[in-house]
Design a protein around this ligand. Structure first.
Ligand code: ADP
Ligand code: MG
Length: 701
């Protein structure tokens, strides 16, 4: 099979040899012919375009000019020795500079003959120069010029030392492409190629390196992006379909007494349409006989907790236990406080298990879990410990999913012979394309509606110079009975400084908001759990009007009377974090405010982040902007999964293609779940080679 040709080690390529091979491996991760072919250019330069010297400006990355060399001389001593040639095209002149190889180059220069130069202009002492330009004399045929778009490959000083600069890499690509001409196996079925109107793999790989024009390049990109996304989706969908075929879930067919009596008698308010819809989606899933793996997305404050509660009641109605896991103790406590009064009237037993639970409490909880006396367990990571065994665990709810690793989720799976249904809830809206890619094997439910009566939070950006006015506003709101959060950034790298800023800020506020009229509480990560809890409780009980904190309050905390969120050094926070923090207010009936304190000098990205916050309250819009600004790698813990090692496709720009590739992958697996049909052989073969690669896909979900 011709596949083996692509697997050929790179040192066998003409012009490579052991030393270059070593550099290619170590510096660029290129081990085989395949790897080289998939080492794509990072940009293209239009070689049909010529500039004049008098048009050059510093922001042009590369220019190509036609003219003549008029003179050249070696200047400088020792290390600064260099060759400087003067080039002119009638509109002006510039200098060409060589720092290396000047002796040899000097001998090759031809003066007063038409020539083309190409390179990056830099301004030095009000004169432009180009260092190490490409230089051709018009009479020679230039192999690079038969393609109007010249590929540029990224390289570094190590590769350059071995002649592997962009041009050197391109040379290898050409050798390889001519060598394997007519020998690149197709990896997508003809059916799909026709349907999606793709060019062949070979044509695409040729055009991506040597495009004959912009059209050809676009087609090549489309084909290769599709290929990339399609196999990613196919793997995810295969995990899902295999799981559905092999893992049985406990059947929660009944919606029984507890669910109904809660719904009829105890529900504190009418459910929103979106809450009803997702509860139904979940109910159907839990009753289907397969194991549910569902993600519940909903903006901060959209009412996910209540959904979680009602879903847990379904499990209980089917004689199963449920647990709910939160990423922090504060949050676990809060869920417990929220749910306890709702569950007790139903005659249900709930317990809280966290790192600070005492040994005696723990023992009691363990016993009651195993005997089945406890219906619901709420807690932190402590729930995962092996000692925690259930009689019959039917449902796991994980709040704020992105803080949990995949392994932890699997540990919960293993707590029952029939794996429990899993509902992961996330308050960081994830752009659709990203969710589809990253969590492609999960089903997704979205709460896209807020409980009624919420007033949109008013967000403003204020500078240090208006601090007095901001404090004045805080006083005025406190007089009206409201409470205020003041949040400081805390970043590992600058932890010491950040704690100092936090404490300085705290003392300033204590001075400006003195006792007995004002009480200020403080919560940060270096405090003991008991102290944190004490300070938190003071705020919850309205004994404190101001809470100074780090981002420990970022997730989930629900104190409806707190209606002002002041974020210090807001430019240092990421967009989704700002949105999370803002979500701590706007939970009650009062008009809420978010004040973003920043320096008055902001970089472009910071400015975009702050403007976005001021403009919109829509979590999904914010998530899209965040994706655009940061790229997928930084969002929602995606680094660890390694899924998003996309070479060409861009999740923030290629969403139609993500959707299409997903649809196509789904359809293929519906028609041919194990890919045994002859038409799908290219796909199956390729999938096999992919599975040999190092990424462990089973960990992705
Ligand atoms: P989140 O989705 O951020 O976890 P919560 O579950 O904490 O949101 O809900 C936010 C607030 O909205 C809570 O005070 C909750 O009691 C309230 N809430 C939830 N659902 C409704 C509803 N249908 N109508 C009115 N208020 C609701
Ligand atoms: Mg919540």
């Amino acid at each position: 099979m011709s596949n083996s040709l692509l697997d050929t080690p790179i040192e066998y390529l003409k012009g490579v040899g052991p030393q270059k091979a070593d550099i290619l491996k170590k510096q660029l991760g290129i081990l085989t012919y395949h790897d080289l072919l998939y080492y794509f250019p990072f940009r293209y330069i239009d070689r049909t375009k010529f500039y004049h010297v008098n048009e050059i400006s510093e922001d042009l990355p590369y220019v190509q000019l036609k003219g003549k060399l008029v003179s050249a001389e070696t200047v400088g001593e020792m290390k600064t020795k260099r060759l400087v040639a003067t080039f002119t095209d009638g509109t002006g002149s510039l200098e060409l500079v060589w720092f290396q190889g000047h002796k040899w180059i000097k001998d090759t220069l031809r003066f007063n003959e038409d020539c083309i130069i190409f390179g990056k202009p830099t301004l030095y002492k009000s004169h432009y120069n180009i260092a190490h330009p490409e230089l051709e004399y018009s009479k020679e045929s230039n192999p690079l010029l038969n393609s109007s778009l010249q590929a540029m490959y990224s390289s570094n000083e190590h590769t350059k030392k071995r002649g592997l600069d962009s041009k050197g890499i391109m040379k290898l690509q050409r050798i390889l492409l001519s060598l394997i001409h007519n020998n690149i196996p197709e990896n997508i079925s003809t059916q799909i190629i026709e349907k999606v109107k793709l060019i062949s793999r070979e044509e695409a790989l040729t055009s991506i390196h040597i495009p004959s024009g912009i059209e050809a390049l676009k087609k090549a990109e489309l084909r290769l992006k599709f290929e990339e996304l399609f196999f990613l989706q196919l793997k995810m969908q295969k995990i899902k379909s295999t799981r559905n075929a092999t893992v049985k879930g406990s059947i929660c067919a009944k919606v029984g007494e507890k669910f109904n009596s809660f719904y009829k008698q105890y529900l504190p308010f009418e459910l929103t349409g979106a809450q009803k819809r997702v509860i139904k989606e979940i109910r159907i899933d839990m009753g289907s006989g397969k194991q549910m793996n569902r993600m519940l997305q909903g903006d901060v404050g959209s009412g996910k907790t209540l959904v979680a509660l009602m879903v847990m009641l379904i499990a209980i109605d089917n004689k199963l236990q449920a647990c709910m896991m939160a990423p922090t103790e504060i949050l676990a406590n809060q869920h417990y406080e929220t749910l306890l009064p709702l569950l007790t009237p139903l005659g249900l037993n709930v317990a809280l298990l966290t790192g600070s639970s005492k040994a005696k409490q723990r023992r009691e909880i363990h016993e009651k879990l195993e005997s089945g006396e406890l219906h619901i367990l709420i807690g932190t990571h402590a729930l995962i410990e092996d000692k925690v065994q259930f009689q019959n665990l039917g449902l796991v709810v994980i709040d704020e999913q992105h803080r949990f690793g995949v392994q932890q989720r699997y540990k919960l799976w293993a707590k029952n012979t029939i794996p429990p249904h899993v509902l992961v809830m996330t308050a960081t809206p994830i752009p659709r394309t990203l969710a589809m890619t990253l969590y492609g094997d999960l089903d997704i439910s979205v709460i896209d509606e807020m409980p009624p009566g919420r007033k949109p939070i008013i967000t403003t950006n204020r500078y240090e110079s208006s601090r007095l006015a901001v404090f004045g506003f805080m006083r005025q709101q406190i007089k009206l009975g409201r409470q205020v959060y003041v949040v400081y950034p805390l970043i590992k790298e600058s932890e010491k400084m950040d704690y100092k800023n936090l404490m300085d800020g705290f003392f300033n506020i204590q001075r400006d908001f003195p006792l007995p009229e004002y009480n200020v509480s403080i919560v940060h990560g270096q405090m003991k759990a008991a102290d944190k809890d004490y300070e938190m409780q003071r705020f919850i009980k309205k004994q404190a009007q101001i809470m100074v904190a780090t981002t420990v309050i970022e997730v989930g905390v629900n104190i409806p009377n707190a209606s002002i969120m002041v974020i210090e050094s807001a430019e240092r926070f990421g967009l989704s974090q700002l949105h999370q923090l803002r979500g701590r207010v706007g939970r009650g009936a009062d008009q809420s405010y978010c004040i973003l304190m920043t320096s008055n000098k902001l970089g472009n990205d910071s400015k975009t982040r702050l403007d976005t916050m001021v403009r919109t309250n829509d979590g999904f819009e914010i998530a899209e902007t965040d994706l655009r600004l940061r790229g997928p790698g930084d969002i929602a813990g995606t680094q660890q999964s390694g899924v998003l090692d996309l070479k060409l496709a861009d999740l923030s720009k290629d969403s139609p293609l993500v959707q299409l590739s997903r649809d196509v992958a789904q359809k293929i697996l519906e028609e041919d779940p194990t890919l045994v049909q002859p038409i799908n052989k290219p796909i199956a073969d390729h999938l096999l080679t992919l599975n040999k690669e190092k990424t462990n896909w089973s960990k992705v979900s």
